[in-house]
Design a protein around this ligand. Sequence first.
Ligand code: ATR
Length: 270
Amino acid sequence: MNKFAVFGNPIAHSLSPTIHQMFARQHNLTISYEKIGPEEADFERSLHVFFAASDAIGCNVTSPFKGRALQQADTLNNAAKLARAVNTLHRTDTGQLQGYNTDGIGLVADIHNQGITLANKKVLLIGAGGAARGAIHPLLDEGINTLAITNRTMSRAEQIASEVSHPAFMALDKPGLMSFDADIIINTTSASLHNQLPDLQHISFVKCELAYDMAYSNEATLYMERANQEGAAQSADGLGMLVEQAAAAFTIWTGKVPQTGPVIDALRQR
Ligand code: ATR
């Protein structure tokens, strides 16, 4: 039986096994997908043990091991390089370990799920950590008009702008934000995880057709509520992104494209 897994610590609450088993059922595949939560020092050894099995095809990697997973990969996609983080490893037939970051691919897919197109749009990323980094290439690949990034610590946003060096990409400080009417505004910060909001004072939601929060919860996040109050036409949380990044990984591993809508709906019901 083909073997898959997700590595992280803590890992008990990961939805990945549920999501991938639903995808597998859609395609009549029988797979094993386990949660592996190594101690901090044990990640590489534990990954090695997993891939020692001849039927181990691939794994997902989550916090705090995404950076160390990158070190283990023989090849990397662009998003993984910029994010310096790998969330998907795939062992090919030739034994090569390919590293991907599929989070941004998942974000783009879920923005489309909301009925929003990206071509020629002005997009703002709030936050400049790994989550923002992973989103940049997949968003630019959609042919957007402008991708701006802002952050509480501006130097981190400026650092990313200098690394990306793309004509459609720029870092915006507070004065710059005041004259930037974004169509899509994405909260990539970890603030929602702590029930906090990033500083939104200089950001206008009046022309915003979608306010997207990469975090998800049972209710609308604080960011979604605030964006709606400030005039955003619609808002979404990151549950769809979670399912879509998994779908991208599933396709890398199996060549099959799962239907994500029913899986997102099923998780939402829980
Ligand atoms: P990761 O790389 O895992 O995404 P990170 O590097 O700690 O994690 O990045 C988290 C992001 O959320 C950063 O942009 C951080 O802002 P700083 O660079 O200024 O630290 C942002 N962030 C976290 N909590 C925040 C808060 N309460 N308000 C605004 N931004 C916040």
